[in-house]
Design a protein around this ligand. Structure first.
Ligand code: ATP
Ligand code: MG
Length: 722
């Protein structure tokens, strides 16, 4: 038997794991040390050497993308398809189990899965059916509460309310929600895990079957398992099977969603004969990147501790760029990507990673402007996001109330008690009279065709839109957006919700106001109001489809969704105090360390080149905020970083002036020359003294007659020659 292909491309430590006799193992190792690779090779080894059938192997990963990749890699090593092997996420595997054993799990055969949006809507209906006020019992927080309990394995009857009436009501809602799900054959995500756990708990025969069947259980990204997932794995283990878990405590980044890094210690306690193997050689990143990432994570307390080294050359220094503002930051990133692709390298090898989804908008626009294809993973493009479409729908109604799509979208968002029956009546009337729904509503109100409650609700909605139309007339575009978001009730609706998702929606809404502020209508929109021009721009951008699956495109995603992945060139954007670490991390204990782990995850995605960028001023929530560089940047040893200077600070002393990097010719192509007299809208007249950078990064130093010298970016300064 030739097993060399399974071991050849591994180091000694990795080989030790792959070729170990069947036993419980913990592989604890830092980023890029080959954990996932070892896991894949181990699966192949078990089949080839230990003669396990694919059917007796269970492998768990964190995302569907990772699961697909893992299956592909094992199949390539084995040279054949492995359909009977169970590889998937916890949710996917639980689902598979419940489909097979629906009877034992007390589910109808055709049970349906509720996604998170469906679940939200159902929770809301349940709250209403209990005659509770949504204002006091926020559907989002109740949803969070229900899922949190399920993740801990708790049914309503397990919850001790300690006589607290608030807790009692929450528990009642949970109970009523669950009854509804059970009656209608609905299973939410958290329920998949809990049901699968209970299936085994209450059906020892079924459990025994799987204990016998799965001889090897392998889990990647173990540091982010939650309690119910761990309990499920633990139940499956028995004397006849073995468990290999692979993880990195420094990459635990889902604590906010119930993941429990202590599961690593629990594993060592519960599987006390398990051996722990540490992999310390990193194969992914250059020396500089690794040294920097190690130095950052070293600031966390209570780590299990690992040393990572690489044989790789030091490589290039990490480039740090301080954008003048977020637009400049985005342009810088796009310019570097263009340089990269002009050399003939693939766009798909570049990843832009950010802390918050809302950051993507400015980056997306900069990419679109330069016609660079991009793809967003694990999230929608900015103008396609639910809350943004809601807000735009209000703006569209202000602009043009006969817009039926906008009307349908928000007539009952936030809820105003306008039900489906009323709406179908309006739709019907509109259709038969060839009117818009808005016109039909007005006619029908006048003719008193609605029941009391519906009439009041619709009357209020109509008045709201009319009032908005009047009030925003004198406003600037960004004030119009801000007004619409606030007065429509959208902002309050999301603000009242709890959880990361609601927070992200609020940030996105605030980002929309910023987008309006920065919007410059294109030439062809000359005769349009700013609002119409902006709405056209938003629909066009939303309509611009993502780069298709095969097209070479820049990869954009949050750092959270980049887990486990690697890219030759990585940009970490927005590395500023208040953004990353996020503001919230100051308020909750432990949060700062989780942010630092997230930074470690982000940095260690880079193979050859890492850029970290921040903006000195950033328009956030409609205001300019001045941020200092993130503490994480300060934690990087200075020898690993090099600051990119395309520009100079406004007040830089003359004697420190940089040698101009561009030729006079290139500079003169901007239309300016040294000694040129220019006029600026604010600083008035002056003389060009110096320059640096080229193209969109060109900067000039001007000696203004009244206020002395200043460095300005040509792209923003709008200087006129005189
Ligand atoms: P993460 O913690 O980010 O999930 P990981 O520990 O799972 O990282 P892998 O993704 O398995 O690391 O490996 C990182 C990179 O190093 C991959 O490109 C992999 O192919 C390569 N690699 C791992 N081990 C070796 C080896 N022995 N020889 C050459 N390349 C290796
Ligand atoms: Mg991995």
């Amino acid at each position: 038997m030739d097993v060399s292909r399974l071991l050849d491309q591994l180091n000694d430590k990795q080989r030790e794991v792959v070729a170990a006799p069947p036993s419980d193992m913990l592989v604890l190792a830092g980023a890029g040390s080959g954990k996932t690779r070892v896991l894949v090779h181990r699966i192949a080894w078990l089949m080839e050497v230990e003669q396990l059938a694919p059917f007796s192997i269970l492998a768990v990963t964190f995302t569907n993308k990772a699961a697909k990749e893992m299956r592909g890699r094992v199949e390539r090593l084995m040279g054949s398809g492995l359909h009977t092997m169970w590889i998937g996420t916890f949710h996917g595997l639980a689902h598979r189990l419940l489909r097979i054993h629906f009877k034992e799990a007390k589910l109808p055969e055709n049970f349906q899965i509720l996604d998170s949006d469906d679940q939200y809507r159902l929770v809301r209906r349940v709250i209403k059916s209990l005659n509770l006020d949504e204002k006091n019992w926020q559907p989002k927080s109740i949803q969070w509460y229900i899922n949190g309990n399920k993740d801990e394995g708790l049914r309503p009857e397990h919850i001790d309310t300690q006589g607290d009436p608030t807790k009692q009501t929450m528990k009642n809602i949970y109970q009523a929600y669950q009854q509804t799900c059970d009656r209608s054959g609905l299973v939410d995500f958290a329920e998949l895990l809990l049901r699968a756990h209970e299936l085994w708990l209450h059906n020892p025969d079924v459990l025994k079957h799987y204990q016998k069947r799965f001889r090897a259980i392998l889990v990647d990204e173990f540091q982010d398992t939650n309690n119910i997932q761990y309990a499920w794995l633990r139940m499956l283990s028995c004397d006849e099977n073995n468990m290999m878990i692979v993880g990195d405590d420094d990459q635990s980044i889902y604590g906010w969603r119930g993941a429990n890094v202590e599961n690593i210690q629990h594993f060592l306690r519960d599987f006390n004969t398990a051996s722990t193997i540490r992999l310390e050689q990193n194969y992914r990143s250059t020396g500089n990147i690794l040294k920097a990432a190690n130095a950052v994570i070293d600031n966390n307390q209570g780590r299990l501790g690992k040393d990572l080294w690489t044989e790789d050359a030091q490589g290039e220094a990490i480039s740090l760029y301080a954008g003048f503002n977020e637009l400049d930051e985005a342009r810088f990133i796009v310019a570097r990507i263009k340089e990269w692709s002009d050399k003939g390298d693939a766009l798909a090898d570049c990843a832009i990673l950010y802390r918050n989804n809302a950051q993507s908008r400015v980056l997306e626009e900069a990419l679109l402007q330069e016609s660079v294809a991009y793809r967003i993973y694990g999230g929608l493009r900015f103008f396609e996001r639910q809350e943004i479409k809601d807000a735009l729908a209000y703006l569209r109604l202000i602009n043009q109330p006969i817009d039926d799509a906008a009307y349908e979208r928000v007539v009952n968002t936030p809820t105003r008690g306008i039900g489906e029956k009323t709406l179908s009546l309006i739709r019907e009337t509109a259709r038969s009279n060839e009117l818009s729904m808005w016109q039909a509503t007005n006619d029908m109100l006048r003719e008193k065709r609605f029941s009391g409650r519906a009439a009041t609700a619709l009357q209020r909605f109509v008045e709201l839109i009319l009032k908005m139309q009047v009030e925003v007339q004198a406003f600037e575009l960004d004030q119009q957006a801000d007004y619409a978001i606030k007065h429509s009730g959208l902002f309050a609706m999301y603000q009242a919700e709890k959880g990361e998702k609601a927070q992200a929606r609020i940030e996105n809404l605030e980002e929309l106001v910023t987008a309006c502020k920065q919007f410059e209508a294109p030439q062809e929109a000359e005769n349009m109001t700013p609002l119409s021009a902006f709405l056209a721009h938003a629909s066009l951008e939303a309509g611009e489809s993502q780069a298709d699956a095969h097209q070479d495109a820049v990869q954009m995603m949050t750092i959270h969704s980049a887990k486990g992945l690697e890219f030759p060139m990585v940009f970490l954007a927005g590395v500023e105090e208040g953004m990353f670490p996020s503001q919230m991390s100051h308020e909750e204990p432990g949060r700062l360390e989780e942010e630092r782990r997230l930074c470690y995850v982000g940095m260690t995605r880079a193979m050859q080149k890492l850029y970290m960028t921040y903006a000195e001023s950033r328009r956030l929530y409609g205001q300019d905020k001045y941020h200092t560089p993130s503490r994480f940047i300060k934690e990087i040893p200075s020898e690993c970083v090099e600051e990119v200077r395309l520009r100079t600070t406004v007040s830089r002393p003359v004697q420190n002036r940089f040698q101009p990097a561009t030729s006079h010719m290139a500079f003169e192509s901007t239309g300016f020359q040294l000694g040129q007299r220019v006029k600026h809208s604010k600083f008035q007249e002056g003389t060009v003294l110096n320059y640096e950078g080229s193209g969109e990064h060109a900067r000039v130093e001007v000696n203004f007659d009244n206020i002395g010298t200043k460095w300005l970016m040509l792209a923003y300064a709008k200087l006129e020659k005189i």
